[in-house]
Design a protein around this ligand. Structure first.
Ligand SMILES: Nc1nc2c(ncn2[C@@H]2O[C@H](COP(=O)(O)OP(=O)(O)OP(=O)(O)O)[C@@H](O)[C@H]2O)c(=O)[nH]1
Length: 304
């Protein structure tokens, strides 16, 4: 026994994701599936419209290109894309999720002509939650949980790519390595928890002085690094001075129970022609920081 067409339609409309039948001229020949308003807006009213009626020209072209790809490949094409209900004229707007939705589209050639035209079946699954989780995981894998600044992973990636740019194009990069002065005393007197708060506040203060392309990262313990792409030594030194001064004036004021100023020492370096790996830049900043500590702390030394 096989299902009659009414029963088949009931099956199609019970499917959890929307199913579009699109023809070669860009016409919505059929829209099926149960539009759960937690995930979808109902697209049933689109039947009979053309892609170019309801989507902007570039989005409609993009859809047609993927339909063509499914015909060329004679098989399934998968694609992930963001689309909001506001970008589709004629959708039922009363019920459905707000904002941008991520979809996974499964596009397959339709085995027969529809109204005399080639057609595809386009199934659109809402994968917004998965995309958010992927983004959260990516951020967590690149962020220091205490201070919310970058960890070593993005730091080393950026240094590697800046090193390649320096070798190929001589694009300069400055690195500032800095470290709290006498931080152990704060931990010993007020406990690790307050020490943690000092580290987090230090990062907030330093972060506020940086440009969008600069990277602040936790190198380890109470050592941090700022990478300044496309920056010459003199500019790097003036930023380092701004950071030193801000921390000196602002960080201690956040912790009045500690009656002294809380300061940092900074070592500054830049790529030089004889460098063979980005670690050379780090080594020079480290020795400059060592000099700054030994010269009395709350100061900047450069390794030129
Ligand atoms: N609260 C807290 N302390 C940390 C963390 N990571 C490292 N430290 C502490 O940082 C302190 C570093 O001490 P030292 O290396 O002696 O340096 P310092 O006391 O800052 O002295 P100088 O760097 O020489 O000025 C130690 O007490 C570590 O326990 C952290 O995540 N949280």
């Amino acid at each position: 026994m096989s299902l009659n067409s009414e029963q088949m339609l009931a099956v199609l409309n019970a499917l959890p994701d929307p199913v579009f039948v699109l023809t070669e001229s860009g016409r919505y020949a059929g829209v099926y599936g149960h539009a759960d308003p937690n995930y979808y807006h109902s697209g049933h009213d689109l039947v009979g419209s053309y892609l170019s009626d309801v989507l902007s020209a570039d989005v409609a072209d993009w859809v047609m290109q993927h339909m063509q790809q499914a015909w060329d490949q004679k098989g399934l094409v998968k694609v992930e894309y963001p689309l909001s209900a506001a970008q589709v004229k004629g959708l039922e707007m009363q019920a459905g999720p707000d904002g941008m939705i991520w979809f996974e589209g499964h596009i397959q050639p339709f085995p027969q002509a529809v109204e005399g035209e080639r057609a595809v079946i386009w199934v659109a699954r809402n994968i917004t939650r998965r995309k958010q989780l992927e983004q959260e995981l990516l951020e967590a894998s690149q962020t220091d949980p205490l201070t919310r600044v970058a960890n070593r992973r993005p730091l080393f990636e950026l240094l590697q790519s800046r090193f390649s740019d320096f070798k190929r194009y001589q694009h300069p990069t400055v690195l500032i390595l800095f470290d709290l002065d006498h931080f152990k005393q704060i931990n010993d007197r007020f406990g690790h928890l307050m020490g943690d708060q000092v580290l987090a506040s230090l990062c907030d203060i330093c972060h506020a002085t940086l440009r969008e392309n600069d990277l602040l990262a936790r190198f380890g313990g109470e050592e941090f690094i700022v990478v300044l792409p496309n920056t010459a030594m003199e500019q790097g030194l003036s930023l380092a001075e701004r950071m030193r001064d801000l921390v000196f004036r602002e960080l201690g004021a956040c912790f009045p129970q500690y009656e002294r100023a809380i300061t940092i020492s900074l070592g500054v370096s830049e790529f030089i022609d004889s460098d063979t790996r980005f670690e050379n830049l780090l080594q020079r900043a480290d020795s400059a920081l060592y000099q700054a500590k030994h010269a009395g702390r709350n100061r900047i030394c450069a390794h030129r």
